[in-house]
Design a protein around this ligand. Sequence first.
Ligand SMILES: NC(=O)c1ccc[n+]([C@@H]2O[C@H](COP(=O)([O-])OP(=O)(O)OC[C@H]3O[C@@H](n4cnc5c(N)ncnc54)[C@H](O)[C@@H]3O)[C@@H](O)[C@H]2O)c1
Length: 359
Amino acid sequence: MDPLLPPLDHEELYVRRGPRSGLPTIVAVHSTVLGPALGGCRMWSYDDPTLAARDALRLSRAMTYKAACADQPLGGGKGVIALPPGVRPTGRLRRDALLDFGETVEQLGGRYVTAEDVGVGSRDMPVIAETTRSVTGLATSRGGSGDPSPFTALGIEAAIRTTCAELFGTGSLEGRTIAVIGLGNVGSRLARRLARAGARLLLADVEPSKRALAERLGASWTTPGRALTARVDLLAPCALGGILDETTVPRLRCRGIAGAANNQLANDAVAALLAARGILWAPDFVINAGGIVNIAVEFEPGGYDAAIARRRVRAIGGTLAEIFAAARERRITPLAAAVERGELRLAAAQAGRAAVARG
Ligand SMILES: NC(=O)c1ccc[n+]([C@@H]2O[C@H](COP(=O)([O-])OP(=O)(O)OC[C@H]3O[C@@H](n4cnc5c(N)ncnc54)[C@H](O)[C@@H]3O)[C@@H](O)[C@H]2O)c1
């Protein structure tokens, strides 16, 4: 196995070759201490299937912390359908791969619950549901919670308000300058919300057609590189991960960062670099939890209810305020405070389990 594997503190790693597609289907369950392990299914090309297993192990661990920090009754898991390089399955092969993956999920007996992720869209979920009951994110017409992006954008807006309150003493966005990088499912919705709240926006995407949104919102348009180093109150990275590293952080001119992109820090040490520059970073895995908070409402006895989901997603702002307060009081980074919060919640649940087992 890969020497760069994360600590193997997982509960399960299940690898099964799909009998229909011949493709490796993989599920990693990092933790079920807080509840069934939730995590999307990623259908992606890998040079080697062991790299797909590594991805599943790494991402499932991150899901445990995301759910724990969001106080959700969920554990962390991840699914992968490993494609050979250059393969983009369509038609029969795609359907076979999804049915195979569903069967793999079903064999875990509810310990893992799947959802959408990179390479798997809303049209794929009903196919997966043909071979497993452990599937979320189906259309609202089928009793599911539907597209998570609006809820993720709502949670990021709440987090941006909290970050402004911490930095400027008010959560009002009227007149705040905010750069949003990446105008996809989440970033475009976030930009509309921020514009409605009176923020002055600088928008950027690698896709030139997104400029039309900037024009519609009366926002400025620039390149992603310029947006990253613009003099603004806040930066909201909503594209790819890894944009904050040893070379970009010294060039930043924002006061705070709060965005949807996963894995924004190239490595954990970057959190200290940001703190040293006086830039307040809202931990990505805390504030982009709107999607899973929304999905968790599917497990309620009364079934899915969008109003309950919206209320719970807005609470991400309060969670972030507590993390900022802990970081301030204990002179640690918001990243350290968030990880600690997740670990405390897991330890408490584990202690509860042990007490029940002892009778
Ligand atoms: N969709 C959700 O509910 C959700 C939930 C949690 C986290 N996230 C994370 O948020 C981020 C955005 O998710 P999404 O669903 O909006 O994705 P998306 O694919 O819909 O949008 C991504 C956008 O970023 C643009 N982009 C790509 N590379 C770029 C670059 N180098 N610079 C600037 N723009 C670039 C793309 O053109 C696209 O418009 C991802 O990191 C995702 O993992 C999304």
